[in-house]
Design a protein around this ligand. Structure first.
Ligand SMILES: Cc1ncc(COP(=O)(O)O)c(C=O)c1O
Length: 392
């Protein structure tokens, strides 16, 4: 068999979200696109901000000499300085350009960081439920996943984290605003985590922040790096600038990491030997110009309001997310995979909580049109009613 056993096993468990996405393509071909309402993938439907598009046009039309050549693995110096400046302003910490490595999105940043710090058998704590790709990223680098449940409110439990830390724990991945739950970790939670983590000085907190600007109702995401000393920030413009196909993000080593000088070189080397080499040149230029482009969350907020109102009216337990573009609702039957299949029969696609490590829930992505939500309403109601009548 040409496929490695590890990959064959991982593929078997791999991403429910992708599987549903592919199922959606099949169903749409069979029933017609208008008859399938697809909430599976967090794939932005908006166009990038005008300032980003302008910057791209300028650079593509008149590229500075040498723009298409190899560059340092960490990226263009002037762009890293822009990112460091923006982090100095938002965190109050003395980030330097040398602390910033431009990456192939946030997944690139996380993989680079894990590659740089893990030896085989080292442990990485994941707070469940979590982004479904994290376990694979940890396994990519010989790491062992240690799953730690969050509470009923989906906030991290510092006591459980403390109990899970061993001498082999090298990292914990934090993700706020959180996919899939839509929760923003408040300042108090981050401060409590710092108390626990201050006692474990071999642990690096990888703070995955691709939804940082996607927050609603005037909320702000407190900066994890301002609270937790040993933080490496993984950021991506995939979500905020609606450019996930372009693959641009960064890894930033917080000044609180005593070993950051050694880590800078290790991470640049990891970027190289993982085959990324460097983040896309054109996109680095564009970000250097348009890093402050405003992000419009109104379409996601409106979709959130509409979908949560419909779900709640029907009887679902569907709290409004504070950020991201996902709604994480309880399924009206304990088996979320069976419920997802039931919804699918009714022409609605969404991802089961089991795919994120929290069965009994379902995740709807808000990266859809208003019409999709309106059209899904009767099917959501019929599926809910059939569960209720089955138990009564
Ligand atoms: C929490 C989280 N982290 C990372 C990623 C990957 O993002 P990128 O496109 O930047 O690699 C995603 C994408 O959905 C995500 O939800």
């Amino acid at each position: 068999m040409p496929v490695a056993d590890v990959i064959a096993r991982q593929l078997e468990n791999a991403s429910w979200i992708r599987r549903m996405f592919e199922e959606g393509i099949r169903l749409k071909a069979e029933r017609g696109a208008d008859n399938v309402q697809d909430f599976t993938l967090g794939n932005p439907v908006l166009e990038p901000p005008a300032a980003v598009q302008d910057a791209l046009r300028r650079f593509a039309g008149d590229p500075p000499a040498g723009s298409h050549a190899y560059m340092p693995n960490a990226g263009y110096e002037h762009v890293r300085e822009r990112v460091a400046g923006s982090l100095r302003a938002s965190t109050g910490l003395p980030f330097e350009a040398a602390d910033v490595l431009m990456t192939v999105g946030s997944s690139g940043a996380i993989n680079v960081c894990l590659k740089a710090i893990l030896d085989p058998g080292d442990e990485v704590i994941l707070l469940m439920p979590c982004f479904s790709e994290y376990p694979f990223y940890v396994q990519n680098h010989g790491g062992r996943v240690v799953a730690v449940e969050t509470g009923e409110d989906f906030l991290p439990d510092p006591g459980r984290i403390a109990a899970a830390i061993t001498p082999r724990t090298k990292a914990i991945i934090l993700n706020t605003p959180n996919n899939p739950t839509g929760r923003i970790y408040p300042a108090e939670t981050l401060a409590e985590m710092e108390k626990v983590l201050a006692r474990a000085d071999q642990v690096i907190v990888i703070s995955d922040e691709p939804y940082k600007q996607l927050v609603f109702d005037g909320r702000r995401q407190p900066e994890p790096a301002s609270f937790i000393t040993r933080t490496a920030i993984a950021y991506s413009w995939s979500k905020a600038f609606a450019v996930p196909g372009e693959r641009i993000g960064y890894l930033a080593l917080s000044p609180g990491l005593a070993e950051r000088r050694a880590l800078r070189g290790a991470c640049a080397f990891a970027n190289r030997i993982l085959g990324f080499i460097n983040a896309p040149a054109l996109w680095q230029w564009a970000i250097g110009e348009a890093i402050d482009a405003p992000v419009d969350v109104a379409p996601y907020r409106d979709n959130r309001n509409l979908l949560c109102e419909i779900l709640t009216r029907i009887g679902y337990d569907a709290p409004r997310p504070e950020g991201t573009f996902y709604v994480f609702a309880r399924t009206p039957m304990p088996d979320d995979i069976a419920f997802v299949r039931l919804l699918q029969e009714h022409g609605v696609l969404a991802a089961p909580g089991a795919g994120f490590g929290r069965p009994g829930y379902i995740r709807f992505s808000l990266t859809v049109s208003r019409r999709t939500i309106e059209r899904a309403a009767p099917a959501l109601e019929r599926a809910f009613e059939s569960c209720v009548s089955a138990v009564s």
